[in-house]
Every structure is written in C-alpha cells, then in structure tokens.
Design a protein around this ligand. Structure first.
Ligand SMILES: Cc1ncc(COP(=O)(O)O)c(C=O)c1O
Length: 402
C-alpha cells in the first residue's frame, strides 16, 4: 500500500494541517466520492424510478447500480435485500419497526449492553410500545460478549437478539457467525449493527447467516446521508413497510393499497440517489485496495497505537489488555483528567479524537466509567501521526498541573 499516494486522494487530509484520529465517528472522503456527487447532479439528475425519459432512467440506473454494488460488497444473495436509508440509525429503527409484526405478548428482545444508543433505543421503544420484555446481555469487564453468556441469556421467549459486529467503544469484534448459529438453534432472529466493521473487514451475510445487518456509508469513505439495512428476502417480503407514500406502491385506491415489490416497498419518497451513487464509488474504492491490504495496515496501526498508549503512565485502556481485541479503536482514560479536557488539549495540538460516552451510556455504566477518550484509525493514518498523538498524551497530566 502506497500511503503517500493514498493520502493524496483525500483532499481534507492533504490540505488541512490536522491529525485525524476520529475515524469511528466518520471517515474522510476520497476525491472520487466527492466528484461522484457532482457527477450525478451534472449528468443524471432526475427523480429516479419516476420518469420514462432517458434522464430519469439514467438516474434510476445510477441508483440501482449502487444497490448492486452494495449487495455484492456484503455478499447478499439479491440486490432487493438491500434497503437504502439515511444512516445506520434509521436502518436500525426500520428493523425494529418492521419486526414488531413478528412479536407477541410474552416475547422478549435481547440487546447487548455494549450497544450504541442507535441499536438500543429503537428496541427499547419497540418493547414499550408492544408490551414486550427487554433483556440485556452484559459483557465482561474486558468487553467480551461470550458464547456461553449468550446461550445462558436466550430463552424460548427470545424472538430477537441484537448486537454490534464491533463495539464503537472498545473495538472488540463479536463472534457473529457463532452468535447467529446459537440464535437460530433457538428460533431467534439476529440483527447485527455492522457500522464499525464494514470499512475494516470483509462482510459476508451468507457466511454469517445474519437476518438483519445495518450500517452507514459515511463511516466507510462514502457520503453522509446513506445507510443500509440488509435483510433476508423472505423476511422482507412478509414484513410490513415502515413509511408510506410515493414510490412504494403498485396500486392505491381509496380503500386498497398494494405495496411495490422489494426493495421499493421500504423506500418511500424521493431517494438520496446522488449520495447512493457516490457510495457506490466508495465501495469501488475499498474494493480496489482490498481488505487484505486494509486489514494488514489497520492491524499494524492499531497495534502501534495500543502499545504506545499502554506505555504512557497514568493512562488506563478500556477493554481488553491485548491489542488484538481492539479493531481500529482504542479507548482510554487519563487519571485525574476529565475526558473533555483531554480532548481539548488534543484539539489545541490539531489532533481530532473523541471524548464522552460515545452514545453508549449503558456500556459506560456497566464498566463504571462515566466517560472516556477514543482514538480510532483508518488505513490512511500514519505511524508519525500516532507518534504525535502519543507525545501529546504523555504531556497531558503535566499540562493539567499534575
Ligand atoms: C456501532 C454504531 N452503531 C450505530 C451508529 C450510528 O451511526 P449513524 O450516526 O451513522 O446513524 C454508530 C455511530 O457512531 C456506531 O458507531
């Protein structure tokens, strides 16, 4: 991987004098993705799926081509299993909403405590609305959600289990394939929040056999404004739509509605076609580099970051003590210094990192830390950037007068 060349492709990294280590929040965008948005509006702009004139057909093709690329990127059987939304949050709300159709009083939903609020609150609301019991799968102090714990937590009443592929706080990879097997043996649907994994490792929904999978384009070098919900076709076919309106019907009369075929049933209203088109370019970009290269580079950077942080006195890493259980994310606290002060000192030095509860308060409560500091890498980061980060980290307590 030629890092110099790669960094040249990201205008913000090339032109701004900053060190960007907040990739878990959103990644920077390569020029080809930025250009694609202008390309769509310059060449294909018409309302997709609505017109029968050439321009509308070109807009539809651009949009549907992005869907095909997305399906093949996660190895879905069929593009119609890909629903475009506006972000992972909307995808997870959509999953919760449509799954309300399979719930009966007495059922339970199991949520991993390590989840981002986006994969907790929609299920909490659903349980409150439908009178369903919500239960939690607690991880251990190192952030591990074990197979045994899942087996113990599932009961014959558990209809849905929802969990992230990778935690956005501790960066730990969950054993999704095994989780799916255990869930299916129990007749439980599994919904996976892949928001923190899709940019960093190969996703294969067939191999993992997950029922639902959600993610955002903007955390994988794509634009903001596009999310994905994957679900198995037979499930989507039998579940009801979330939003009602234009483009999601075949026929409407005063007393009858026939919904459109998949995936349009779930995409009411005018879609974010330009963003989806640019997302397709982000997928091309990732595919061109390839996950072998990406994973190798990001493993190296994460190890370097993790081992460096470990050497700094009075800094406590959250989660596992082994770098291998941190995937692009290392979260920590600095003794006696509030995470927001830590982040401010980094900001003064031109280093972008994140402080707070990272939208995962139940996990912070479980781990007994109100808030933390998170550094997260992508393949375009460098060892020199991490050195600069570690230098500031080692000075923080002194700068705060300790
Ligand atoms: C694990 C996880 N799930 C869901 C989300 C929500 O993503 P979005 O804000 O793009 O909807 C995030 C965002 O940080 C996340 O890290």
């Amino acid at each position: 991987m030629n890092i110099k060349e790669i960094r040249e492709q990201f205008p913000l990294i090339k032109n701004k004098n900053i060190i960007y280590l907040d990739n878990a929040a959103t990644t920077q965008k390569p020029q080809c993705v930025i250009d694609a948005i202008a390309e769509f509006y310059s060449n294909f702009n018409a309302n997709p799926m609505r017109g029968i004139y050439d321009l509308s057909i070109a807009a539809t093709d651009a949009y549907e081509y992005a869907r095909e690329k997305t399906a093949s990127f996660i190895n879905a059987h069929n593009p119609s299993e890909i629903i475009f939304t506006k972000n992972a949050t909307e995808s997870l709300n959509l999953a919760a909403d449509i799954l309300s159709a399979v719930l009966n009083i007495g059922d339970e939903i199991l949520v991993a405590t390590s989840e981002h609020h986006s994969n907790f609150l929609p299920w909490k609301k659903l349980c409150e609305k439908c009178g369903i019991v919500i239960r939690f799968l607690d991880c251990d102090s190192e952030g591990n959600n074990s197979l045994e714990a899942l087996k113990d937590a599932l009961t014959h009443k558990t209809k849905i289990f929802t969990v992230a592929y990778v935690s956005n706080v501790i960066g730990r990879i969950n054993p999704i394939k095994e989780f799916a097997r255990i869930c299916h043996e129990n007749n439980t649907y599994i919904c996976v929040d892949a928001t923190q994994s899709v940019a960093h490792m190969k996703t294969d929904v067939i191999e993992d056999d997950v029922d639902f999978l959600a993610f955002s384009a903007h955390k994988m070098y794509g634009p903001m404004g596009v999310g994905v919900l994957y679900a198995k076709k037979d499930l989507l076919e039998k579940l009801p739509p979330f939003l009602e309106g234009g483009e999601m019907i075949d026929y409407v009369s005063k007393d009858k509605t026939i919904y459109a075929e998949l995936p349009h049933k779930y995409e009411a209203g005018t879609v974010s076609a330009a963003d989806a088109y640019a997302f397709g370019k982000a997928i091309d970009y990732i595919n061109k580099i390839g996950f072998d290269e990406i994973s190798k580079r990001e493993r190296e950077l994460t190890d370097y970051l993790f081992e460096g942080i470990k050497q700094v006195k009075n800094v406590q890493i959250v989660g596992d003590r082994d770098a291998v259980n941190h995937n692009c994310i290392v979260t920590f606290t600095v003794d006696d210094v509030h995470p927001h002060d830590v982040a401010s000192i980094f900001a003064e030095s031109g280093i972008c990192i994140r402080a707070g509860h990272h939208c995962a308060q139940p996990l912070h409560i479980l781990l007994g830390v109100p808030s933390t500091v998170r550094a997260s890498v992508a393949f375009y980061n460098t060892h020199e950037e991490i050195d600069a980060f570690l230098k500031v980290l080692s000075e923080i307590r002194a700068r705060m007068g300790y």
